[in-house]
Design a protein around this ligand. Structure first.
Ligand code: CO
Length: 129
């Protein structure tokens, strides 16, 4: 089969991603994430984004999630520890995020989360590369 360098991930009003693990083929120089919000709740109540980070930085990044950073920034401050971050969307919306896979070390330990306050506990997955 041809290498697929893209995936569609959906978030729900139940605060869940439908995908708990992403595997990026080593032949993909770019990888396209389409994030959909399959629910109906508005972005300020049940916002979802997708944020990629090194797993070792997970607790540190989670500790920085704060409403004061604004929804347009995914409630996160500017930090190099955030490798990629999509727009935050509400019910019925979708957004795309292109990953430059050269940022990842092959075999490294990476995690993705939704950075809406409190969502990381349920909205978390593993990236394999
Ligand atoms: Co969310």
């Amino acid at each position: 089969a041809a290498t697929e360098c893209k995936i569609v991930i959906s978030g729900s009003d139940m605060m869940q991603f439908d995908t708990k693990e992403i595997s990026i083929d080593k032949n993909c120089e770019k990888y396209e994430i389409t994030l959909k919000h399959a629910g109906k709740l508005p972005v300020n109540a049940m916002g979802h984004n997708i944020v990629f980070l090194e797993t070792k930085n997970l607790q540190n990044i989670i500790s920085k999630i704060n409403m004061s950073h604004g929804i347009e920034n995914g409630y996160l401050p500017e930090t190099e520890e955030v490798l990629f971050k999509s727009k935050m969307i509400g019910g019925g919306e979708e957004t795309k995020l292109i990953l430059d896979t050269s940022v990842f070390v092959k075999g490294g330990d990476y995690t993705y989360i939704c950075s809406f306050p409190g969502h990381f506990a349920l909205m978390k997955g593993k990236l394999n590369i």
